[in-house]
Design a protein around this ligand. Structure first.
Ligand code: FMN
Length: 332
């Protein structure tokens, strides 16, 4: 323990280094220091996706099928179990009809029986399963992973720019509706980092989906990932398209506007895409009038690639930050 004298001396030295100008203020919040004691006993549990959560955070889908993916998924699933949050698997296409990589995705034994675990397929794959009369494969996937349901990622921009990308034959909304007719498990629909505009959101909110995940613009950008992978000289021509999208805050505002005039059938949101920390997440879920949690992909990925302790420390810090936010911050 440092002595009181050393601490006071540090304070004097560091006071000069700590100066911030008033323009650096994070003006998304009011700070209310008078109205609450320090938080004790953690965050209040709540129900979401039909299960009790202890943390309003979500591990957004990231791909499996590489050697590292098994380690990443196991670390993430372990954190979900320990801290009481849920997880979307990355695209499970690779294990639809071949079990070679099954163990990389087999996270129910790690996450345990209580927290949400969701399978994931792309809209192009769903189109193909429908066209070939093979939708039973998607139900089998959910069952063999002991998943709660299926996330469909809808990524026309990424597919278009991906050199080996799939071509969508039908509007995704039609495909989702056709698929829902014969599928007995709950569904979540998401983008992959470009977000979803107001007309599409309105259409999705009318469907009996378990949730919509934003995967908004502002973080990982798969249109750009594909352009960076593409060695064709004309790739640069499409670059301006990679700045197109919907950010998470404008999506929250869109949903708030839509539900003000039309009660939604789908009642839960996972707000993701460009969320870097608990303050971003707290701000967005407080702004949302629909019940919401926040999701992160690339931020989790940074901490999940090596030993579990790194990830544990990161999530523990997020919990501590969220406790402070709930006690003392209101959203402007
Ligand atoms: C390495 C990586 C792989 C991803 N793979 C998938 C995937 O298989 N399926 C999917 O729905 N989204 C996938 N995503 C998209 C994320 O779920 C998320 O929507 C997107 O990265 C935006 O969140 P972020 O800004 O927090 O990274 C992937 C993201 C990353 C970083």
């Amino acid at each position: 323990m440092e002595s009181l004298e050393t601490r006071k001396k540090d304070h004097i030295d560091l006071a000069f280094k700590s100066q911030t100008g008033r323009l650096e203020i994070d003006d998304r919040f009011h700070y209310e220091p008078m109205l609450a004691a320090h938080p004790a006993g953690g965050l209040a549990p709540f129900n979401f996706l039909g299960r009790e959560h202890r943390l309003p955070m979500w591990v957004s889908s990231m791909t499996g099928g590489t050697k590292l993916a098994g380690t990443i998924n196991r670390n993430l699933a372990r954190a979900c179990r320990e801290f009481g949050m849920g997880m979307g698997l990355g695209s499970c296409r690779i294990i639809l009809d071949d079990d070679a990589y099954f163990e990389d995705f087999n996270m129910r034994p790690v996450i345990g029986p209580d927290m949400p675990l969701w399978a994931n397929l792309g809209i192009a794959q769903i189109e193909e399963l429908l066209d070939e009369g093979k939708t039973a494969l998607a139900a089998t996937l959910v069952k063999k992973l002991q998943a709660d349901g299926l996330i469909i990622h809808v990524n026309p921009m990424q597919e278009w720019f991906q050199p080996e990308g799939d071509v969508l034959k039908y509007p995704p909304l039609e495909t989702i509706k056709r698929f829902m007719d014969g599928f007995d498990h709950p569904l979540i629909v998401k983008e992959v980092g470009q977000g979803i505009g107001p007309d599409s959101l309105k259409a999705l909110l009318r469907l009996p989906l378990q949730a919509i995940e934003f995967a908004a613009f502002g973080g990982t950008n798969f249109a750009r990932v594909e352009l960076l992978r593409d060695e064709r000289a004309d790739a640069a021509l499409f670059e301006p398209m990679s700045y197109i999208g919907e950010d998470a805050l404008s999506m929250v505002e869109s949903v708030n506007n839509i539900i003000a005039s039309e009660p939604p059938v789908c009642k839960e949101l996972i707000i993701s895409g460009g969320v870097k920390n608990f303050l971003d997440g707290y701000h967005l879920i407080q702004k949302s009038q629909l019940q919401a949690i926040y999701g992160m992909a690339s931020t989790f990925l940074k901490y999940a690639q090596e030993d579990y302790q790194q990830l544990h420390k990161f999530v523990e810090g997020q919990v501590r930050g969220l406790e402070m936010a709930y006690a003392y911050l209101t959203v402007k």
